[in-house]
Write a protein that binds this ligand. Structure first.
Ligand SMILES: *Cc1c(COP(=O)(O)O)cnc(C)c1O
Length: 240
């Protein structure tokens, strides 16, 4: 029985991944870009290692976690068990300063730099580790108190400061709009992040990446220029 159940779950996972790639491709083309211009980050928070491994076997290569502690064990297991694959791990959730060192050792890209002081801490640990840490700045566009991210008014100063840190490579911006039933309602936030990027580019800061869009709204985000989408539920199902 278990064998059959595993087979079914595996096919369900395959269908979900295909479906997500289909929608990403179609939205990318509608936005005048190539499907290869959009990176899928499969968000694996709460997903057990065995299931992640199945996703990797089915083609997932970029994986996202939102907590350093939870990620640690999974990343180590994957290093041993998925050694045949070139995997990339991204931190998509909030980073506390006291986890900066661990994060530098674990993640290829940190999406959630949200203050100059956190950037300094990450830069310090990257320097000690002899690493150039790829990062994005998380922007809080909804100004919700509960949301992490740099407020728009402080963004240019933060960009300037991070560009000055030798062991950080700032690649772009990330945002997480409030949850809306209708993804069209989130679209102005996605457009605003793109405008923030365009403004920074005018001042000479090259910021190619826009990390925006989750299960409920990634097509809208791609239509507004997302280059990275972070998708959990649409791939692994509802989190318990
Ligand atoms: C959980 C999470 C996601 C994925 O959310 P889904 O709605 O399950 O696709 C994306 N980004 C961040 C920062 C998350 O914490």
């Amino acid at each position: 029985m278990d064998e059959i159940r595993n087979q079914i779950e595996y096919s369900v996972l395959l269908e979900r991944i295909k479906n997500v790639y289909r929608k990403i491709s179609s939205a990318a083309i509608r936005s005048g870009r190539s499907p290869f211009d959009v990176t899928l980050v499969a968000v694996t928070k709460t997903v057990p290692y065995e299931r992640i491994k199945e996703g990797v076997d089915l083609g997932l290569r970029v994986l996202g976690e939102n907590r350093v502690q939870e990620a640690q064990g999974k990343i180590e297991a994957c290093k041993l068990q998925c050694a045949d694959y070139e995997l990339e791990w991204h931190l998509v959730g909030h980073l506390q300063k006291n986890k900066a060192k661990a994060a530098v050792h674990l993640f290829h890209l940190i999406h959630s730099l949200d203050s100059i002081s956190l950037a300094q801490e990450v830069n310090k640990h990257a320097r000690k580790a002899g690493k150039i840490q790829r990062v994005l700045i998380q922007v809080n566009l909804s100004e919700e108190e509960t949301k992490h991210g740099v407020p728009r008014k402080d963004l240019m100063d933060t960009i300037k400061a991070v560009f000055g840190m030798k062991n950080l490579k700032l690649e772009g911006l990330m945002t997480m709009p409030p949850y809306f039933e209708n993804p069209e309602t989130a679209r102005p936030f996605f457009r605003e992040l793109r405008e923030c990027r365009d403004q920074a580019e005018k001042k000479g800061y090259h910021l190619p990446e826009l990390s925006m869009g989750m299960t409920n709204d990634y097509e809208a985000a791609i239509l507004e220029g997302a280059t990275i989408v972070r998708i959990g539920t649409a791939i692994f199902g509802e989190r318990s």
